[in-house]
Design a protein around this ligand. Sequence first.
Ligand code: SF4
Length: 199
Amino acid sequence: MIIPLSALQHYAFCPRQCALIHLEQLWEENFLTAQGRLLHERVDSAELEVRKGIRFERSVHVLSEKLGIGGVLDLVECELSTGLLKPVEYKRGKPKPEPFDEIQLCAQALCLEEMRGTVIEEGALWYMQTRHRVSVIFSETLRQKTLTVIHQVRKLLSGNKTPQPEYSKRCKACSLIEVCQPQLLVKDKSKKYVMSLFD
Ligand code: SF4
């Protein structure tokens, strides 16, 4: 099974959201996801260009056979004098306290390293809301965290079982809140109890 790179970010945000999208094939577009989709379409439509000694490769398809992950990268910058590669991911919002975006970017770097036989030390996230670029160093800690998430996502998706909802602050920004209905389960404690009998 090839895990889409986007599933890692969905999982880091909420394991249930990851299962709803990648196991149950549910997707609800809201204002936030529509904005993100348009941003990526704009980025993806641009052509290959070389500027100031850097080649900009857009919509780069990657696959790591070793890790079983793959997807399409927004942008890879290649420094022509050194051959150094840098994945760059465009994000709709602003930097988050949790490393969701960094994990997705690091997974991109792991794919590129395997495919191009190189070591990638750094990438970047570009945030539309704050209109600035944040450098991300692929430290050993971030690499380990990313490998752990890949492992957890594989376990989740091969287990074929969608986790129960857990209502939290993040639900307000979740495009799947209508189909997930996390508040219902929180309100209805008896349902929780009944479900635990069948777990
Ligand atoms: S609404 Fe909340 S619990 Fe449900 S998928 Fe979204 S983030 Fe997860």
